[in-house]
Design a protein around this ligand. Structure first.
Ligand code: DC
Length: 217
């Protein structure tokens, strides 16, 4: 069974999807981590990220593994490094690059080939797994999402002003919604869930109910 969870940045997708996968005994795919790892590799190698061809070659060269909670880039643990603000602000070069997307979509489909998966991103229910049995679109109010990102960054020791986090999120929302390939869009058959006012546990419980009702159909 494939469960897709799409939605804007900061809606709480990652933690909810991870915990949902754990409860169901499914594999968890954090597809944003893949775009982040490609971006980090480009930054570390000093590549000119707007050079689309170079970035696409890079995506084909590197090996990104999602190993439980850890993200490995060519065998090196980059779990923390990929969440840094400089990676987040540069990620659109990878996310807007159709050849990079094509490569990452292939990784995502291969990872789901022989497993039950919960997969999380922007285009999972629309482009990558259009025939998924269960599709969820997770949202939350803009300010609430920015507050969560801000707190998250503070927890990691990055003290970015709230207004900068909010402005960056608005830009990312706009880019996520308007990119020509793999844009953030609610699939026609997705169930929308707002996480506003819900505790993390309540969110996962709601998602689990939705998946179980599909399993019983
Ligand atoms: O979910 P996240 O914040 O880790 O995602 C980082 C970026 O990667 C996000 O701004 C858009 C991009 N992304 C994407 O284009 N498609 C996906 N399936 C997942 C993420």
């Amino acid at each position: 069974m494939i469960v897709t969870i799409d939605g804007p940045a900061g809606a709480g997708k990652s933690s909810a999807a991870r915990e949902l996968a754990r409860r169901l005994g499914f594999r968890f795919l954090d597809t944003g981590a893949m775009y982040r790892a490609v971006t980090l590799a480009g930054i570390e190698r000093g590549y000119d990220l707007p050079n689309g061809q170079r970035l696409a070659e890079l995506a084909r060269e590197i090996r990104v593994e999602l190993n439980g909670d850890r993200v490995l880039l060519d065998g090196r643990d980059v779990t923390t490094a990929i969440r840094k603000f400089d990676v987040t602000t540069a990620i659109h070069y990878a996310a807007d690059n159709p050849a990079v997307r094509q490569e990452l979509v292939a990784w995502q489909r291969a990872a789901a080939a022989n497993d039950d998966v919960v997969t999380e991103g922007r285009d999972q229910g629309t482009v990558v797994f259009p025939h998924a049995e269960c599709k969820i679109f997770l949202t939350a109010a803009e300010e609430e999402r920015a507050r969560r990102r801000h707190a998250d960054l503070l927890n990691r020791g990055e003290n970015i002003p709230f207004n900068e986090v909010l402005a960056n999120q608005r830009l990312r929302d706009h880019r996520d919604e308007s990119r020509p390939v793999g844009a953030l869009r609610k699939a026609a058959d997705a169930i929308e869930v707002s996480t506003d006012g819900l505790s993390p546990n309540e969110v996962v419980t709601r998602l689990e109910q939705i998946v179980r009702s599909k399993q019983n159909n």
